[in-house]
Design a protein around this ligand. Structure first.
Ligand SMILES: Nc1nc2c(ncn2[C@@H]2O[C@H](COP(=O)(O)OP(=O)(O)OP(=O)(O)O)[C@@H](O)[C@H]2O)c(=O)[nH]1
Ligand SMILES: [Mg+2]
Length: 216
């Protein structure tokens, strides 16, 4: 067994810090999704987000403790850029629309483009986006975007994971964020291995540890 093993050692508090950014039109439920996920609360009253705000949540991803910093942005300010610094270092971008609002679906692409311009990730094609169609609890008759159409969009953008949720009824919210965390962690690790080591250290423990019965 001659393969050399590389182990990524993190600093003492060995959490991974993951930055997740939620984008989408005003009123689609970005704040509600974040509140449902982090605080398990839902409010029916609408209070538009101003600028951006974040909540953190610690989660286990395959036995690794990660801290997700979830940034909720204001849909009303889509053309007022939050600035390049805000997007920098993002590990996953969540694109939210309202399944009962066709326009909020049609703007997903421009939210995605905007993110890629601002964040300018090293590899735009592989950057993890997750798409959420929210408010599925609303009367079926009011639905404007068929699931098939949303799935076709996600497929055309490189097979993006797609979830239909209700922040109100807590449907699929946990599941969506679990996948978001997983993709964000994979992205963070990929970035570290491509040279942005930050406070981490790569230790090459070599082949010796694998060798059977030979101390040389
Ligand atoms: N029925 C239903 N209503 C929802 C759901 N999610 C959010 N809402 C309602 O939709 C309205 C807008 O929700 P927000 O979470 O504030 O929307 P937002 O995307 O954060 O809006 P901005 O901050 O303006 O960008 C509020 O009245 C929420 O109560 C849902 O899953 N089902
Ligand atoms: Mg909001």
């Amino acid at each position: 067994m001659s393969s050399r093993k590389k182990v990524l050692l993190k600093n003492k508090n060995s959490d991974y810090k993951l930055k997740v950014i939620i984008l989408g039109d005003s009123g689609v439920g970005k704040t509600s999704l974040m509140n449902q996920y982090v605080n398990k609360k839902f409010s029916a009253s609408y209070k538009a987000t101003i600028g951006a705000d974040f909540l953190t949540k610690e989660v286990l991803v395959d036995d690794r403790l990660v801290t997700m910093q979830i940034w909720d942005t204001a849909g009303q300010e889509r053309f007022q850029s939050l600035g390049v610094a805000f997007y920098r270092g993002a590990d996953c971008c969540v694109l939210v629309y309202d399944v009962n609002n066709q326009k909020s679906f049609e703007t997903l692409d421009s939210w995605r483009d905007e993110f890629l311009i601002q964040a300018s990730p090293r590899d735009a094609d592989s950057f993890p986006f997750v798409v959420i169609g929210n408010k599925i609890d609303v009367d079926d008759g009011k639905r404007q975007v068929p699931q098939k159409r949303a799935m076709a969009f996600c497929q055309s953008k490189g097979n993006l994971p797609y979830f239909e949720t209700s922040a109100k009824e807590a449907i699929n919210v946990e599941q969506a964020f679990e996948v978001i965390a997983r993709h964000a962690l994979a992205q963070e690790e990929a970035e570290e291995y491509t040279g942005d080591f930050g406070a981490s250290t790569i230790v090459d423990i070599g082949a010796d540890a694998d060798r059977d019965g030979c101390a040389c």
